[in-house]
Design a protein around this ligand. Structure first.
Ligand SMILES: Nc1nc2c(ncn2[C@@H]2O[C@H](COP(=O)(O)OP(=O)(O)OP(=O)(O)O)[C@@H](O)[C@H]2O)c(=O)[nH]1
Ligand SMILES: [Mg+2]
Ligand SMILES: [Zn+2]
Length: 355
């Protein structure tokens, strides 16, 4: 078991290194693009640039269809393929939210995606890819979305109390992206202990705004978040009401939502692919498929932002790499002010991040 775990960690480290390599490759592509842009400016004859001839287009990836990005450009949405050069030179594939450059070559049935702009934010999770030969699977990092301004973690209210540990797990993932995060509690109309749940969510999400909605209030509460050019991502378990929120913001039933009859059919995902949806107010939202399990990727940032009271106390611990479990001189454990539930939740998540 231990060996298996460290093999996974090795994989995860390789993935992290790869991500870094991708990012610097992205920066290089970006610089090359900047150079090109300056070059054409210097030429000063816009009519001669490929852009004006319609061979080069810029756009945003709105979804992925079996590896083919669907890109929104000024000409509408187009299915494109990664250019051979991009695939050859970089271990990089477009993700939803990516800003990309397309090139139309005569004789090609689809435009080629030739470069991806440097990402301003990334939402990623780790997933275990089962080995086809049996035995230990591989850990892979999956990029769910990029270039967003905030992430909303959605959980629904109901008969049962909130799953705070799952909320914190999702917040670690969301906070790791570095952007603003919020918690949306949906189905307030079905909640049996809305007040308590709200207070518990606030305590579990010290750095985030917590909103409590139902279908009658969601639009007016959420629309102000999606100001022009602001992009938000909705994440959360299947059935919590993410696509319902998107439809309310849109003012039309564009996203498929779980039908009343299939509501008892636990584990059925209504949304199957992530997609970016433009909203009437000028902002946009990325609707994602419910995730059964999320392995948290990334580094300490997500943990530190999700558990600020623990990271603040950690500075006083005797050992710099204190795990706050059994070490002597642990200021976090000795302080006695941090809730046992939070500390246990932190320990479980930290074991995954640091292992
Ligand atoms: N009572 C009540 N039901 C709601 C509310 N919001 C959503 N629902 C219902 O919850 C069910 C699930 O909603 P979806 O929007 O499909 O959930 P989802 O999060 O997009 O689910 P996946 O796409 O599977 O990840 C639907 O039947 C909605 O009608 C609400 O505020 N109150
Ligand atoms: Mg959905
Ligand atoms: Zn400690």
């Amino acid at each position: 078991m231990m060996r298996e775990r460290s093999a996974h960690n090795q994989d995860a480290r390789e993935q992290a290194a790869q991500r870094q390599a991708e990012q610097s490759a992205l920066e290089q592509t970006q610089h090359a693009q900047d150079g090109e842009a300056r070059g054409s400016e210097a030429l000063g004859s816009e009519a001669q640039t490929p852009l004006a001839q319609g061979r080069i287009l810029q756009g945003t990836v709105v979804s992925l269809d079996r590896g083919y990005p669907l890109v929104r450009t000024e000409r509408g949405e187009q299915r494109v393929q990664h250019s051979i050069d991009l695939i050859k030179n970089l271990p990089l594939r477009a993700a939803v939210g990516d800003r990309v450059v397309l090139c139309e070559e005569p004789g090609q049935d689809m435009p080629a995606l030739t470069s991806i702009q440097e990402r301003t934010s990334i939402l990623a999770r780790r997933e275990l890819v089962e080995s086809v030969h049996g035995g230990a699977g591989k850990i892979r990092e999956q990029i769910l979305a990029c270039n967003f301004d905030f992430v909303a973690v959605v959980q629904s209210l109901g008969k049962r109390a909130l799953d705070l540990e799952y909320l914190e797990r999702q917040l670690v993932m969301a906070n790791d992206s570095g952007v603003e995060t919020l918690v949306i509690l949906t189905k307030a109309d079905l909640g049996r202990h809305v007040r308590e749940d709200y207070a518990a969510a606030e305590a579990a999400a010290p750095g985030s705004t917590v909103l409590c909605t139902d279908t009658s209030t969601a639009k007016s509460q959420l629309a102000p978040l999606f100001a022009p050019h602001r992009l938000g991502v909705l994440v959360g378990r299947s059935g919590v009401g993410k696509s319902t929120l998107v439809n309310l913001l849109l003012g039309e039933e564009r996203q498929a939502t779980q039908s009343v009859r299939s509501r008892d059919n636990a584990g059925r995902h209504t949304t199957v692919a992530r997609c970016l949806v433009e909203l009437p107010g000028g902002g946009a939202v990325i609707d994602t498929a419910g995730m059964r399990a999320i392995g948290i990727a990334g580094d300490e940032l997500g943990l530190a932002r999700t558990f600020p009271e623990i990271s603040a106390g950690a500075a006083q611990c005797r050992y710099r790499d204190c795990t706050h479990t059994h070490e002597p001189g642990c200021a976090v454990a000795e302080a006695g002010t941090i809730s046992e539930r939070r500390l246990n939740s932190y320990r479980a998540l930290a074991a995954e991040v640091f292992d």
